[in-house]
Structures are given as structure tokens and as C-alpha cells.
Ligand binder design. Structure first.
Ligand code: ADP
Length: 622
């Protein structure tokens, strides 16, 4: 039960938004239950019509329950009287064996069962419709919340998580929740009502006989508990397999060139086959758990039936009593079977719900200031003041200080792993310093809004991300709402206008996932156009030309030089020749400032920078 409660508790904050439909669902479920109860009564009423003489109405009431029935509280007697009243009302509408038929009886016998089924089926459909309506919207809301949370989380969360895991949470976990809510919650409403209505009805007819036949109901719990656990274990291992399969798919799509270049297709296929087999294995375990429940419950219900037969024969009951209780048993065990399936579905959904709650409870480590101070452009300088920073335990920057005045061009060099990208990460406030502060015009970055901060910055990095949109849209995302003139002017400035016009649909050409149709240099020039259109005062270049050949590099460098005019530039480069035009270069070593000066000064100093220059052929080897 606890898993049903916890799934519903999680779902409630969403379900409660759609209360009107939910209330409709509940009311229709009550109607459905009453229609089910009416079938038990109908079975008895029809069976009685086969007796030539009408049974003394209320025979069971008087004698069936024995002595205690007579002493039942008057509520019971009233209910019984109500049921007899209805039976008396339908009496002229139903035929009786051995008596001639009149038109009312013909109409009655033809319409009696269809009318009951019509009520039941309509209530069933409408209550399922209401619950489906609510469940679909709940899942949309859950997915929106998860996406919203994901976009608000800081980079540290993403470096801890795998894409496969996140994809599985958004797709598989929420789909399981949808199944539980759509199918499970509808049954969870309808079936218990049916159980109660049928049990109450049977108790009114003969409470001893009812207790005798229902004594086996609790036995159904046993297979449910065992099989429910099994289903949950299966769901956990199925999720594990799903996660690794999704991760693998993400890797495969992202690394398809390397996979092909290294002939890794077979290995990838073998890995995929392994995870697929794990999925089949887990899937079969849940099939077993699910499909075993109903047969077990059916066997138990047959024992209930045998008990009933034994009791009816040994106590000399009528055929009508028998028909009524047979229908009663069928109507009791049907909801039990449905509820058993609900139990399994909720066990499975519970695993996913826990994982969705985990994400929704994550808190961003980079927190927006409650009352951010306003930023009016970039006027003075960026300052790193004794910044110490660690991604985990080991500090990556140690008491690092730096001033970048407005209009300055700063190069950052250093061995790989020395902390260059980390400096940029702190400037963009992807992370906060462990100690010290980064300031923009004297304001601690933690005091201003992330939006205002990033408005001042334009990033051009080695990894160009082109979205699955048109060229124009890809450029415009530098400045949402940019006009066509601005977009084209930016493309012209980035030396991209020419090749864009040569594309099949010019600016309207869709770039497709990862912009595969463009060369590396072209992609980079689109990224530069994006930075142009943004027109931010600070330009950050992160190895922007590192992956280009020398011809493309020359083209891109020309675009960058133009972009850098009249802006403050921070340029991280492994290829040191790129830094020749910088006003000043700092050299990092193990997260600290090792050297500082102009390109020429650093070459002359014969330190770390000169050593790196020698290895890149800028200075002759000594
Ligand atoms: P560089 O840009 O100079 O190559 P980085 O700033 O990327 O160096 O990295 C500095 C150090 O921080 C490296 O030792 C790297 O392993 C570590 N590092 C970088 N990013 C992360 C991260 N997300 N989580 C943990 N460690 C990281």
C-alpha cells in the first residue's frame, strides 16, 4: 500500500489542479459500482422468474440469515425493503415461466440487461475518460517541471549525471507514472466502490453466506505481496538497462564519426545487444509477476465458489439464491483482479516516482540573488579577488587574482588542466568560488542577476552548438528578437553572408542536428555571427580556432578580429600563436598565476610560456 500512497502523494500536487474532472471521475466511479451491484440483483431477479410461483419476497430476509437476521438493525431491514420494492416495481416488466407474455414483458426481457450494461459501460467509459484526461495533463505538468528544474540546475549537476539517466527519467519514469495514473488511478477509484457496493448488497441479502464466501478474499493479498515485490525488482533492473541503453544511444549518435573511423560498429552493436537482453530479461520478470497474479486470484476465487456450492446444497437454498451469490462472487473477484493489476502498476511507477522526486528536489548550487543589484552595461573592470575554487576536494584555482580593465585584450595560456576553462566558468558564474570573489564593475557576481551578467558576455568556443533550426534562427539566438537586418549584418561581419547565400534556402536553410551540412570553419563563423548579433561588451574566446585547419583558421581569425574590435576580450588558447595580438597574457600553472606579460615579453623571459612556445615551433628549440 505504501507505494500507492507515495505515488499518489507525489501525484496529488498535480492531480489537485484538475479537481473538477477528478470529482466527476469519482462520481462516475460510484455510478459504475452501483451498476455492478445491480448485476447481482439482476441475476437473482432473472433466476426467480424461472419459478412458476413467485417466491415470497423477502424469504431470505426472514429466514436466510437465521435468527440473527431478524435482530439486525432496522437500517438493514430498510435496505432490504428498498430492494424488494424495486423487485416489485420491475415485476410486471419481466416474464415468468408458465405465464403468457404481454407487450411490457417482451420489452422488459429484451431491454433489461442491455439497459444495465449501458449504464455500466457509459459510467466506465466516462470515468476512464476523466481519469485519462487528468493523467495526460499531470504527466505534461511533471515533464514541464522536470525540464524547468533541469534548466535551472547548475553545471555541477550535469557533470554528475549521465544523459541516458536524465533521458530515462523524463521519458520512461514519467511514462510509468502516466500508466499508473491513467489506468491504475481509474481502477483504484472504481473497483473499491464496486467491492463495497457488492459486499454491502450481499450482506443485506444474507450476511452469513457473504462472510462465508468472502473469507477467501484476504488470501488474495498473499500472491499480491510476493508478486508486487518481484515486479518492483524487475522494474528496477529494467530501468538500469534502459539507462545504459539510452546513454549508449547518446554516445553513439554523438560519436558516430569516431565509431566509424575506428571500426567500432561491431563492439557498439554487441554492447547494445547485451543491454537489450537485460531489458528482455527484466521485461519477462515483470510479465511473470503481472500475468501470474490473475490466475492465482482465479484459483482462490474458485475455492470461494466451491464453498458457496457446498453451503447452498447443505442448507437447502433456492436456485435464485445460488444465481445471486454466483454473480456476487464474480463481481467481487473481478475488482480484486483489477486491483491486483493496479498494485503491480503502482509498484512499477513507484520506482520512477522516486527518481523524479530526486530531480525535483535538486537545488541549484549557483543561486540567484534575492534582490539583484542592477547592472548598467560594462564600464570599468572585471576582477578576480583571491579566488579559490574546487570542483570536488582538490582546489583547481588557488588564491587567484586578476584584473581585466574595460577594452583590454587578455590572453590566458597554460598547460592542459591548469585551470584556464575554470577561470571562464567562474566568470560566467557557472560555478561560484569556494573563497574570494569575482566582480564586475565592483559588484560581486553573486549580487547581480544571472541574466544581467550573461547579457554582458558573448562566448565563442571550440564546440559549436548549432540548433535544429534555420541559419537565421541559429544566429538570432544570440539576441532573441533580432531583426532580419541585424542577422544579416552580423553574418556579413562574421564573413558568413557569402556562404549562407550559397546554401539551398539561404538564411532559411535548416541546419539539422549538429549542423552536419557545414564545414568546421563555416559553423564557427555562424557562431561568431551569433556573438556579433549579441553585441555584448565582453567577448570570451575559448579555444575558438583550436579544431580548425590553418586555412579555415585564417578565415575565422579574421572574423574574430573584427568581432574583437572595441570590445573587452578574454581569449583562452592552447595554440599560442593565436595570442600574439593580445595586450597581455597570463600563464596559469596548477591554478595559480605563473607568468604575466605581452607575447614578446613572455617569449624573452624564457619561462613556462617560452617552453610551451618552443614545443609548438614558435620559438626555435635550444
Ligand atoms: P584547462 O582548461 O586549463 O585545461 P580546466 O579548467 O578545464 O583546465 O580544468 C582544471 C582541473 O579541473 C583539471 O584537473 C580538471 O580535471 C578539473 N575539472 C575540470 N572540470 C571539472 C568538473 N566538471 N568536475 C571535476 N573536475 C573538473
Amino acid at each position: 500500500m505504501s507505494h500507492i500512497v507515495s505515488v499518489l502523494r507525489f501525484g496529488w500536487r498535480y492531480l489537485s489542479r484538475y479537481q473538477t474532472r477528478l470529482v466527476c471521475g469519482v462520481l462516475l466511479s460510484v455510478l459504475f459500482a452501483l451498476a455492478n451491484g445491480s448485476f447481482v440483483w439482476a441475476a437473482r431477479t432473472l433466476a426467480e422468474r424461472f419459478a412458476e410461483k413467485p417466491a415470497a419476497i423477502g424469504s431470505l430476509a426472514a429466514g436466510g440469515g437465521g435468527g440473527p437476521a431478524a435482530a439486525r438493525p432496522s437500517l438493514m431491514a430498510q435496505a432490504r425493503e428498498f430492494s424488494h420494492e424495486i423487485t416489485r416495481k420491475v415485476d410486471p416488466w419481466l416474464p415468468r415461466v408458465g405465464q403468457p407474455l404481454d407487450w411490457r414483458q417482451v420489452a422488459g426481457v429484451l431491454l433489461f440487461l442491455p439497459m444495465l450494461v449501458l449504464v455500466r459501460s457509459t459510467a466506465d467509459y466516462l470515468s476512464n475518460y476523466c481519469m485519462g484526461w487528468v493523467a495526460e495533463r499531470v504527466i505534461r505538468d511533471v515533464r514541464l517541471d522536470v525540464m524547468d528544474k533541469l534548466s535551472s540546475l547548475s553545471l555541477d549537476f550535469f557533470s554528475r549525471s549521465t544523459s541516458g539517466d536524465l533521458l530515462t527519467r523524463i521519458n520512461v519514469d514519467s511514462a510509468n507514472l502516466l500508466r499508473a495514473l491513467r489506468q491504475g488511478a481509474a481502477d483504484l477509484l472504481k473497483e473499491p466502490f464496486t467491492l463495497v457496493v457488492v459486499l454491502v448488497y450481499l450482506c443485506i441479502r444474507d450476511w452469513q453466506l457473504t462472510l462465508g464466501t468472502a473469507v477467501l478474499l484476504p488470501l488474495c493479498l498473499f500472491p499480491l505481496l510476493v508478486l508486487g515485490k518481484k515486479a518492483r525488482r524487475a522494474m528496477k533492473s529494467s530501468l538500469r538497462a534502459n539507462i545504459s541503453q539510452s546513454s549508449q544511444l547518446v554516445e553513439l549518435l554523438g560519436g558516430i564519426r569516431i565509431i566509424k573511423a575506428y571500426n567500432l560498429e561491431k563492439e557498439e552493436m554487441a554492447r547494445f545487444r547485451r543491454t537489450s537482453s537485460n531489458l528482455v530479461h527484466a521485461g519477462m520478470k515483470s510479465v511473470q509477476a503481472k500475468e501470474l497474479t490473475n490466475p492465482l486470484i482465479e484459483v482462490i476465487s474458485m475455492f470461494g465458489l466451491s464453498l458457496l456450492l457446498f453451503y447452498v446444497f447443505s442448507s437447502g437454498r433456492t436456485g435464485a439464491d445460488m444465481a445471486e451469490f454466483l454473480a456476487g462472487i464474480a463481481m467481487l473477484f473481478l475488482p480484486v483482479k483489477k486491483l491486483a493489476a493496479v498494485h503491480i502498476v503502482f509498484q512499477q511507477a513507484h520506482v520512477g516516482t522516486e527518481r523524479l522526486i530526486e530531480i525535483l528536489n535538486e537545488q541549484p548550487t549557483v543561486v540567484e540573488a534575492a534582490a539583484p543589484k542592477p547592472v548598467h552595461g560594462f564600464r570599468d573592470a572585471i576582477r578576480f579577488e583571491e579566488v579559490t575554487f574546487a570542483y570536488r576536494d582538490e582546489p583547481v584555482l588557488r588564491e587567484f587574482s586578476l584584473v581585466i580593465p574595460r577594452g583590454h585584450r587578455l590572453g590566458i595560456a597554460g598547460e592542459s588542466g591548469s585551470g584556464k576553462t575554470t577561470v571562464l566558468n567562474l566568470l560566467f558564474r557557472f560555478y561560484d568560488p569556494t573563497r574570494g570573489a569575482v566582480r564586475l564593475d565592483g559588484l560581486d557576481l553573486r549580487e547581480i542577476s544571472l541574466r544581467d551578467l550573461r547579457q554582458q558576455l558573448a562566448l565563442v568556443s571550440q564546440d559549436v552548438v548549432l540548433f535544429d533550426q534555420t541559419v537565421a534562427e541559429n544566429i538570432a539566438c544570440g539576441k532573441p528578437g533580432a531583426s532580419r537586418e541585424e542577422i544579416e549584418a552580423a553574418a556579413q561581419a562574421a564573413y558568413a553572408h557569402g556562404f549562407i547565400l550559397e546554401l539551398e534556402h539561404g538564411y532559411e536553410t535548416r541546419l539539422g542536428e549538429r549542423g552536419v551540412r557545414l564545414s568546421g570553419g563555416q559553423k564557427q563563423r555562424i557562431a561568431i555571427a551569433r556573438a556579433f548579433v549579441r553585441d555584448a561588451p565582453i567577448l570570451v574566446l575559448d579555444e575558438a580556432t583550436a579544431s580548425l585547419d590553418s586555412y579555415a583558421e585564417a578565415e575565422v581569425q579574421a572574423a574574430i578580429d573584427r568581432l574583437a574590435e572595441r570590445r573587452t576580450v578574454i581569449c583562452v588558447a592552447h595554440r599560442l600563436s593565436t595570442l600574439a595580438s593580445m595586450d597581455r597574457i597570463i600563464v596559469l600553472a596548477r591554478g595559480q598565476l605563473a607568468e604575466e606579460g605581452t607575447f614578446e615579453e613572455l617569449l624573452r623571459r624564457d619561462g613556462l610560456f617560452a617552453r610551451m612556445s618552443r614545443s609548438q615551433g614558435i620559438l626555435p628549440e635550444t
